[in-house]
Design a protein around this ligand. Structure first.
Ligand code: ADP
Length: 270
């Protein structure tokens, strides 16, 4: 605060310019703080799996005479290594998304293609978790943007829905649209999110239950990536949830129409 005071007192600039300079500085300081916090979080998050891997390697080395122990600890090593790989990929992805020109002009994207690919990528996870995965709704809709980023967003929502569900429950993906937007809703019957956590879970590295997130290979970055991708496409991601009964995450994106084709009055009336 003393720095701003000095700037204001000593500056020969007109009052508005001084105020603008001070606001600019505040924004700069805020960004620097965010960046520093992020770097601190990143190094903490990376140290955990690296430490675990070192310890597990030592344990495997000391268990050379016991094949059962070697099998057990080396499979835990594989799990930690996979999570570490995912963490690094997502950190890079997030920092790319945070640069101001993350998304270029964009192209017309077929929502069906995005949904099919995302569902394909999580099918094995769903089978492993014994969760039934169903996709349906309106077909043939389009949005502007980046197919692969949108696929990442939908895949992250599906992946979470499966990981925070109980076996034998169902995850449903539904597409709906009106003349303005396309909605991609991922509905689960899982553990849900309490009202006081609803905003926080979109923050980087925030998890409600750290152990459950880690056990299932979580990184705490999935939802912040989804939020960035939605914003970069001029859209939003919303959450409805009832703890213990399930959650619905909805990606809402501005609708695109093929050149020369405008919404009919039918499409305008939802
Ligand atoms: P993580 O890798 O931990 O899943 P995310 O950023 O994807 O990280 O999600 C942040 C937190 O939000 C999770 O740790 C979990 O507590 C909560 N969460 C996300 N999706 C769901 C869901 N479908 N149902 C219940 N909780 C969820």
């Amino acid at each position: 605060a003393s720095v701003y005071y000095l700037t204001v007192r000593l500056s020969p600039l007109p009052r508005e310019r001084v105020l603008l300079a001070a606001t600019d500085r505040t924004e700069k300081v805020r960004l620097e703080n965010t960046r520093r916090d992020f770097m601190q979080n990143v190094s903490h998050e990376l140290k955990t799996p690296v430490g675990a891997l070192a310890l597990l390697a030592e344990t495997v080395h000391d268990s050379a005479e016991d094949p059962e122990a070697v099998r057990k600890f080396s499979s835990r090593m594989t799990r930690e290594a996979k999570r570490l790989g995912r963490l690094v990929t997502e950190i890079i992805e997030l920092s790319r998304l945070e640069s101001p020109d993350a998304l270029g002009v964009g192209e017309v994207v077929n929502v069906d293609e995005v949904v099919e690919e995302a569902v394909d990528r999580v099918r094995v996870t769903a089978e492993g978790a014994r969760v039934e995965l169903v996709a349906g709704g309106e077909t043939g809709t389009q949005v502007y943007g980046d197919t692969s980023l949108l696929m990442t967003a939908v895949r992250n929502l599906l992946d979470n829905a499966i990981r925070y569900s109980n076996p034998l429950s169902r995850v449903n993906l539904g597409v709906s649209a009106d003349s303005e937007v396309v909605r991609i809703a991922v509905v689960d019957e899982g553990i849900g999110v309490s009202p006081d956590q609803k905003e926080r879970i979109f923050e980087r590295f925030y998890r409600v239950d750290d152990a459950r997130s880690r056990e299932t290979g979580g990184t705490g970055l999935g939802l912040s990536i989804v939020k960035h991708i939605a914003a970069d496409h001029g859209g939003t991601v919303t959450l409805w949830s009832e703890p213990g009964r399930g959650s619905t995450f909805t990606l809402v994106l501005p609708r695109a129409f093929p050149a020369g084709r405008y919404p009919t009055s039918n499409e305008k009336e939802p």
